[in-house]
Design a protein around this ligand. Structure first.
Ligand code: 2AM
Length: 179
């Protein structure tokens, strides 16, 4: 079994701008800067025998490169106890279109679609019992958060394994976006 997910990587110079964001909130665990990514689909535990089919299905996706920036910060769930601190994607349209193509390609080989509404985001930190006023303070302090624009030229298939130091993400395949 492999714990799989599909994501767009954030370029290093952009990741550096987000280094440790939210990590100073009590109860927050910032995502390590080298792991910041935009998840397109989480497959979870998957039979490794399916890997060739998954790679072929993803390799057949046609999608041109597109430009995005990271803009705004917020939390999930939007009301109640915040568990995830995120940065938004602007514009989200092309990312959503790519995510829909990923869902469709994988559904064709029998992988269950995620029917939840897709909210394109980059997780900055995970929160546990964080005081709401500190989260609100963070959001207010970053209300104008916006990175330079960058071009998404590929998406990646990752496996994730848990180690004593946290999750280790390994690239299993890279899929270029082409015109
Ligand atoms: P997210 O942080 O962008 O929300 C690798 O584990 C990635 O898969 C995580 O960064 C997370 O994306 C997503 N993920 C992990 N567990 C998940 C779950 N149970 N449901 C949906 N997405 C999940």
């Amino acid at each position: 079994m492999l714990r799989l997910f599909i994501a767009v990587d954030i370029p290093e110079d952009i990741r550096t701008l987000m280094c440790g964001m939210g990590g100073s909130i009590p109860g927050a665990r910032a995502v390590p800067t080298d792991q910041l990514h935009l998840t397109l689909k989480f497959l979870g535990d998957t039979d490794s025998g399916l890997l060739p089919d998954i790679k072929e299905a993803l390799g057949n996706i046609e999608c041109p490169p597109f430009k995005i920036c990271l803009k705004r910060v917020g939390h999930f769930p939007p009301r109640g106890n915040p568990r995830v601190l995120w940065a938004g994607i602007d514009p989200a349209m092309e990312v959503t279109a790519l995510r829909n193509k990923v869902e469709k390609a994988l559904a064709e080989i029998g992988i269950e679609r995620d029917h939840r509404k897709f909210s394109a985001h980059v997780t900055l930190a995970r929160l546990k019992n964080s005081p709401l006023n500190r989260v609100t303070q963070f959001l207010a302090g970053n209300s104008l958060f916006e990175t330079p624009t960058f071009t998404v030229r590929e998406f990646l298939l990752y496996s994730s394994s848990l180690s004593a130091k946290g999750a280790v993400h390994t690239v299993l395949a890279t899929f270029p976006l082409t015109h």
